[in-house]
Write a protein that binds this ligand. Structure first.
Ligand SMILES: [Zn+2]
Length: 239
């Protein structure tokens, strides 16, 4: 299969586009974090993942959107749905450790927020079967996000309970999160993106406009394209 693809690559690269599986983090029944204004993380994830999928497709990558219907409750099914892809990217939005959350009132409802952290984070697992390319893609995505004006959050490496996730690539905001099931069980290189901290009141506002989401999606797609083209040239020179 790969040899056939490589032969085709030499003649007609578009026929063998590298494929990215873009996973919508969480599902309707368990929607993840809740933003400072009460919006479920799943809704942020679904919007952004769809934009990432489109941006990647427009760059000529093959794409597969996983979990967009909101009913994918089994992690194993996510891995299976993503299996044919060359890289798996799970799209999430971030919260903080519970003791940092404070109350405030929004629309006459008491909500939780924390304004001390902001920015994106990327995670990979050393238990993934292809750590080398997982790291290459995470670093490439982080580099592209920085190039688009976004900053890594860095707080997940803090030496406190619940964090302590060591840097794999500090400059590009990449951490090791070895036991995250969706990363370690993936059959492909796998990266989890926390696009921004939605319990931060200002960051939630910053993340909502279509224009911001498009900038994030374009950067992520650029990062994916770059790491996949490097992976392809690595395979071509080593087989
Ligand atoms: Zn999440």
């Amino acid at each position: 299969m790969r040899a056939a693809c490589l032969a085709l690559l030499l003649l007609a690269a578009p026929l063998c586009a590298q494929t990215v599986a873009v996973d919508v983090g969480h599902f309707i029944e368990e929607p993840g974090a809740t933003s400072a204004r009460g919006r479920p993380e799943f809704e942020f994830n679904r919007e952004l993942a769809a934009r990432v999928e489109r941006a990647a497709r427009e760059r000529g990558l093959g794409t597969r959107l996983v979990g967009e219907d909101g009913f994918m409750s089994h992690l194993a099914r996510r891995a299976a749905a993503a299996a044919p892809a060359d890289v798996f990217l799970s799209v999430h939005h971030d919260s903080v450790q519970p003791h940092f959350l404070e109350t405030w009132e929004f629309d006459r409802v008491e909500r939780l927020h924390c304004d001390r952290y902001s920015g994106f984070s990327l995670f990979i697992s050393r238990k993934n079967r292809d750590i080398r390319h997982s790291l290459a893609c995470a670093s490439s995505i982080g580099r592209a996000l920085r190039g688009a004006g976004f900053s890594p959050s860095l707080y997940h490496a803090d030496p406190i309970p619940g964090e302590n996730k060591p840097f794999a690539d500090r400059a590009n905001g990449v951490h090791y999160y070895d036991n995250l099931i969706v990363l370690k069980s993936a059959r492909t290189p796998a990266v989890l993106l926390e696009a921004g901290v939605i319990v931060n009141r200002d960051e939630e506002i910053r993340m909502r406009p279509e224009e911001t989401q498009e900038r994030i999606a374009a950067a992520v797609a650029q990062g994916l394209e770059r790491c996949l083209s490097r992976k392809r040239s690595f395979i071509r020179t080593n087989e």
